[in-house]
Design a protein around this ligand. Structure first.
Ligand code: HEM
Length: 296
């Protein structure tokens, strides 16, 4: 690649991760990156891959792990902010930010509680919940994010984990704030909010774990507390971190899949018509909507 393309590629990446325009409309920039530098070692210290097949291969490669150290140091964070962000990203108490052997152990324990059978028993409850939410739509315009995209997944994961219904809406902004640390570039304000939100979530789930220890129920949190693998159990810190991860991952993503997916279908009425005419296409359509406009 020429020096000019490398500089151009870096400037596209900076736009993508650190400007409101790039964040609001990433796709033309992804297309330009694919054109000039599909596999690019950026001047920011990380590699950027923009082709689907390359990402598929890399993400599934055993030799690839999660090392965020210094990833965004050139993107305008002070050393203190960088350190605060690294603390989140190098947290080895949950699966999302750890590699084997930590990851293997955490996943092994979590999967004792989170089995396909548990999920299958949820199916009828989810169908009833969707019907209930759709019945509430009424006449005229509806704000789909509030009427369906958020309440559906948060109710499902909330009921599974055992987070009381009345607490769920209040946790939404905290989860929002804390997921900002997944971004490559984060403003000092957002980082401060994320740190405060992380503390509040930790306190909330810490109290919930404590309560559930003394009053076990038929829920995922109780199963996580009880999960054991060859004498090994999740520590208190790991339990809290895993509960937060499951709760947050359980709705942020799905909420955006419903929102982005519906918008994509409304913008492509021919595809919507195909889907309505042939429900066997639904499974493939969900996969394609995940690829077409990523919820995360
Ligand atoms: C549209 C829906 C979803 C999308 C797009 C999505 C996306 C992702 C992505 C990109 C990762 C990171 C994978 C990696 O680092 O290798 C991840 C991990 C994870 N997600 Fe989701 N997710 C979705 C729904 C859910 C739901 C509903 C739950 C829980 C109820 C969940 C729980 C998790 C957990 C526990 C991890 C960490 C797994 C591990 O490291 O082994 N996700 N998800």
């Amino acid at each position: 690649m020429s020096t000019v393309s490398a500089v151009e590629a870096d400037s596209l990446i900076a736009e993508l991760v650190a400007t409101p325009e790039g964040r609001a409309d990433p796709y033309p920039r992804y297309a330009a990156l694919r054109e000039i530098a599909p596999v690019h070692r950026s001047g920011f210290g990380f590699w950027a891959l923009t082709r689907y097949e390359d990402c598929q291969q890399l993400l599934r490669h055993q030799g690839v792990g999660k090392d965020f150290s210094g990833a965004a140091s050139s993107l305008g964070l002070s050393p203190e902010q960088q350190a605060a962000q690294d603390r989140f990203r190098n947290d080895h108490s949950n699966m999302l930010t750890s590699d084997p052997p930590d990851h293997t152990r955490l996943r092994g324990l979590a999967s004792r509680a989170f089995t396909p059978r548990t999920l299958e028993t949820l199916r009828s409850r989810i169908v009833a919940l969707v019907d209930e939410l759709l019945d509430g739509f009424g006449e005229g315009e509806v704000e789909v994010m509030d009427a369906l995209a958020f309440p559906l997944p948060v109710t499902v994961i909330g009921e599974m984990l055992g987070v009381p219904a009345e607490d769920r809406p209040g946790l939404r902004p905290l989860v929002r704030a804390v997921t900002a640390v997944l971004e490559l570039a984060i403003t000092p304000e957002a980082l401060a909010e994320a740190t405060a939100a992380d503390i509040s979530l930790g306190e909330y789930f810490g109290a919930l774990v404590k309560e559930r220890r003394s009053h076990p129920r038929d829920d995922l949190l109780t199963k996580l507390i009880e999960a054991e693998d060859q004498g090994d159990q999740l520590t208190e810190g790991e339990l809290i971190s895993t509960a937060i991860l499951l709760f947050a991952a359980g709705f942020e993503t799905t909420t955006h899949l419903i929102g982005n997916g519906l918008l994509a279908l409304l913008r492509h009425p021919d595809q919507l018509a195909r889907l309505r005419a042939d429900r066997t296409l639904v499974r493939g359509a969900v996969e394609e909507l995940l690829r077409f406009d990523s919820p995360v």
